[in-house]
Write a protein that binds this ligand. Structure first.
Ligand code: EPU
Length: 420
């Protein structure tokens, strides 16, 4: 397995481009299954999770054409199998996103039930109950969700018990081809849900209220192909901003979207960074200062994203003062804490809160993590630690960060990949 070796102590300084958002690209790829004619998806990030989704399409017999810019043209009408097998779902839970589209368009779907996950139990009961409310027959058998519907799904009034991002996306994708109106209450308001809705609208769907807690969908009989460009990745953006702030450095990010990053940008100002932005760029300058520790609490959008919690923990680890970080979305998302302790961080976990007393200097150590964002936080810790930090199991990072070592090298970091 590849490793990253980071020699800490360099202040980041430079400009990089932000990639397309993984968590937007995955549902949008799934949505292409709904269209009668080919859909071209642009600004796809080069990531393992995207390759896995393409592999899943390959298993289903869906033809894909990929051009030199990695734009993918999906021909859903070539589909032969309505099954997402365990082998792929176990490597990427987001495979569950094909459930709604397959059922709505082809009347049948078999998707392996995702198992437990490193960051929490992550059930999919709300995906299932929402589709059942729309008339689907669903059984869970032999580890698979087997869903079918006679004729068409029917519009329904669905109240989600918990705000769920992929749950909202699955119901939304099912509702666009259902008979009648669907109302999704307590819907996720994440920008990635809005991006999916905009893509579906470009395909001919009738959706209102996306970006609010109540989405209204008027089902249509068919959707057409289109060309759609995925929005920039706000979590990748936030990760590089935090990395620059932790090192006391400066970074300019281009091709990003500041207006979906309020919670992160305001918190970085609180940490003492000077942060400026325009329509599609953000510049952060820490002017060589040590950051101040910040308190934060994760929650669904527009609050602080859970996907940036570990990175802020790394910032607090070397900040001035003590910061309290509370995780309210997933029950077990603190795997990075024990690893950071090995680097000399002064961190305690009390229930769902990590209390970090900033130290002046972290020390390099071999570390590894069992999820994507935790791994990113260890890279940040490595950038500020004294000595050579070896981050193992970086296949997690490759699931969600495009060319992370090249981008950090562009900012002056001393980081290299050692192939297995
Ligand atoms: N939940 C249920 N029942 C359900 C669905 C969710 O109880 O049927 C609970 C979960 O257990 C969790 C909460 O609801 O406690 C929120 O989970 P959500 O369903 O929103 O998470 P997700 O849709 O599985 C997406 C992202 C995650 C991100 C979360 C939260 C994608 C592909 N994944 O997951 O991204 O952390 O939303 O914002 O969009 C990542 O990129 O590193 C990542 C994990």
């Amino acid at each position: 397995m590849d490793k990253l070796i980071i020699t800490g102590g360099v202040r980041l300084d430079g400009e990089i481009r932000v990639s397309g958002a993984k968590n937007s690209a995955l549902p949008i790829l799934a949505a292409t299954l709904l269209a009668d004619s080919p859909v071209t998806v642009c600004n796809l990030p080069h990531l393992h999770d995207i390759t896995t989704m393409c592999e899943l399409f390959g298993c289903m017999g869906v033809e894909l054409l990929v051009d030199e810019k990695m734009n993918v043209e999906v021909h859903a009408s070539t589909i032969k199998q309505l099954v997402a097998p365990y082998e792929l779902v176990k490597t990427m839970r987001a495979s569950i996103l094909v459930l709604g589209p397959l059922l709505a368009r082809f009347g049948y779907a078999e998707v392996s039930l995702p198992g437990g996950c490193a960051i929490g139990s992550r059930p999919v009961d709300l995906h299932i109950s929402g589709l059942q409310a729309m008339g689907a027959d669903i059984v869970v058998e032999d580890g698979y969700i087997k869903a079918s519907v006679k004729d068409r799904l029917k519009g329904a009034h669905i109240l989600m018990d918990t705000v769920t991002v992929t749950g909202t996306e699955n119901i939304l994708m099912a509702a666009v081809l259902a008979d009648g109106e669907t109302i999704i209450e307590n819907a996720a308001r994440e920008p990635e849900v809005v991006d999916l809705a905009e893509c579906l609208i470009t395909m001919g769907a009738r959706i209102k209220g996306h970006g609010t807690g109540m989405i209204r969908v008027q089902g249509v009989e068919r959707l057409d192909g289109c060309t759609y460009s995925v929005l920039p990745d706000r979590i990748e953006t936030g990760t590089y901003l935090i990395a620059a702030a932790a090192t006391g450095g400066r970074v300019r990010l281009k091709d990003t979207q500041p207006n979906i990053l309020d919670a992160i940008l305001f918190k970085l100002r609180e940490a003492g960074a000077s942060v400026e932005w325009g329509d599609d760029w953000i510049e952060l300058d820490m002017k060589g200062k040590r950051p101040r520790a910040v308190d934060l609490k994760t929650a669904p959008y527009p609050a602080m994203p859970t996907d940036i919690q570990a990175q802020f923990t790394a910032l607090n680890a070397i900040a001035e003062g003590t910061g309290r970080i509370t995780e309210t979305v997933f029950e077990n998302r603190f795997m990075h804490v024990q690893e950071m302790k090995r680097m000399g961080a002064d961190v305690d976990v009390e229930g769902n809160t990590v209390i970090v007393k900033g130290v002046e200097q972290l020390k390099a150590a071999p570390v590894m993590a069992t999820d994507l964002r935790a791994s990113a936080s260890l890279v940040i810790a490595g950038l500020v630690a004294e000595g050579d930090t070896v981050v193992e199991r970086i296949y997690h990072i490759d699931r969600g960060y495009e060319c992370i070592e090249e981008k950090l090298q562009q900012l002056g970091a001393k980081i290299r990949r050692v192939p297995a």
